[in-house]
Design a protein around this ligand. Sequence first.
Ligand code: SF4
Length: 303
Amino acid sequence: MNEGKRYNNLSGYLRETFGGKVAKLSIDGGFTCPNRDGHKGDRGCIFCGEMGAGEFASRLGPVQDQVDEQIRLLGNKWKTDKYIAYFQSFTNTYAPVERLKEVFEPVLGHPKIVGIAIATRPDCLPEEVLDYLSQLNERTFVWIELGLQTIHEETAKLIRRGYPLETYEKAVEQLKERGIRTVTHLIVGLPHESREMILESARYVGETDTWGIKLHSLYIQRDTDLYTMFLERPFPLMTLKEYVETISEIISILPKEMVVHRITGDGDKSLLHEPKWSRDKLKVIASIDKRLKEMNILQGCAL
Ligand code: SF4
């Protein structure tokens, strides 16, 4: 493990791979989402806010300008010359390949960009897009993020994910065949999911053996349908203690080499309704680290 963590965290992985600190820049490619524009749905996933699950994405116009502006803003904090351009908001492969090229190519030409991370949906990876991603993958460090959230179909319907598990499985296989790194998102604490259901999702992701995983805590933002649903029909939310215990158990069943990109959520604090504890990200992470140490849990130790 790296950086003194008991799991294979992303920043340590990148540090080892690139020989120093690598920071992520959130870039807005100006895409939409089929789950919002009427193709799959018109209201999106119930937890998705106005910014399309990319609350920190830059919105400053041309992508090159966004990269420069973000480096200017973050440069003092990170003291690095190596950055990954992270296309986080909405569905960043939901466009013809020509349009994808217009967005991604100028970013790759930037001297401080060492890689590109692309968040998308598994139902937005047609063959020609996969072929382009494959080319990108030969030219730079690429990972693709897929928002699975849960393997349980009843929850997937409730959150209006808009595709079945088979679609995710097919996308992962196609990305793997092309040697493209894939990161799976899970949300921990979705309505009416027991700890065992959450662990089943995590175990499944471990078995599909994607390169990385992102674990988000469920948080309810006031600009989402989840907020309305919660007010009308409240459901039990995880306490910090339950969350910390669950994440610790998940870490124990993830393959040792899987890169853990995130272990908690990071929404817009000004819009957060519940759970209040999720506001303090550093405390959540420290609590998980403490629990892992106390229980002598290392990533993959229970496999
Ligand atoms: S797929 Fe992503 S951008 Fe689209 S509605 Fe769901 S969370 Fe929002």
